[in-house]
Design a protein around this ligand. Structure first.
Ligand code: AMP
Length: 220
């Protein structure tokens, strides 16, 4: 099964993807993780990506993004299915992914839309902290660490993502509303949209999602 997770920043895509992957034994592709790794490379592309994602808060140009994703997919065995988190993010990326999958005899089976309000997105992003060592994610309001600034898992220092200052958050949400939200209409038109209330507790959403996707048929 090929599943896309769509929703504003802070809607819990990463969290839900991790649970889905585990419970349904799917591969996982996180666009942001791939880009953050590349942004650390001291190459022309690495510096370009760093500038765009960490300083400008904009999207990577579609053609570069597609090239990176298809390069990754070329190396994978997609037979047990995959969850995409953070890709596609524009109509063009969506259509190019459809073409790529068609070329290998596959299709997008479901687009899960994790719906939260803009205010919830802003609050969640501003209170998100990440362990600089093991990458565990905390929320200072709903899921704080036991000791302030210290990771419960490994004792590492908790930091904020460089693109989670108020200005970058605004720019990223604007890009989401302008460029990514139209995908929801495209998915609805194709009859593959699953709209999910993303304001509920994480485990409740996860159970709901697994139930919906299981009834659709794993491995289809
Ligand atoms: P994320 O961790 O998913 O919020 O991604 C972090 C940043 O990477 C985004 O703010 C964008 O700058 C960039 N990015 C992630 N996915 C994409 C995509 N599909 N297309 C273009 N840029 C992306």
């Amino acid at each position: 099964m090929i599943v896309l997770l769509i929703g504003p920043q802070g809607s819990g895509k990463g969290e839900q993807a991790a649970r889905l992957v585990k419970k349904m034994n799917l591969l996982y592709f996180a666009a942001g993780d791939l880009l953050r790794d590349l942004a650390q490379e001291n190459s022309k592309t690495g510096r370009q990506i760093n500038q765009i994602i960490n300083i400008d808060g904009k999207l990577i140009p579609d053609d570069l993004m597609n090239q990176l994703v298809f390069g990754f997919l070329d190396e994978q065995n997609l037979s047990s299915g995959i969850v995409f988190d953070g890709y596609p993010r524009t109509s063009y990326q969506f259509e190019e992914l459809e073409k790529y999958l068609e070329g290998i005899g596959k299709k997008i089976d479901k687009v899960v839309y994790l719906k939260i309000s803009e205010q919830t997105a802003i609050t969640r992003l501003a209170s998100r902290r990440i362990c600089s060592q093991c990458k565990a994610v905390y929320n200072l309001v709903t899921d704080p660490p036991e000791k302030e600034g210290v990771c419960d898992e490994c004792g590492g220092t908790l930091t904020q993502r460089p693109d989670e200052n108020p200005e970058a958050i605004r720019a990223r949400l604007n890009a989401y509303y302008q460029l990514t939200e139209p995908l929801i209409g495209q998915a609805r038109a194709r009859g593959i949209l699953e709209e999910v209330d993303g304001e509920r507790p994480i485990e409740v959403i996860s159970e709901d999602l697994v139930k919906r996707l299981t009834s659709f048929g794993v491995g289809k």
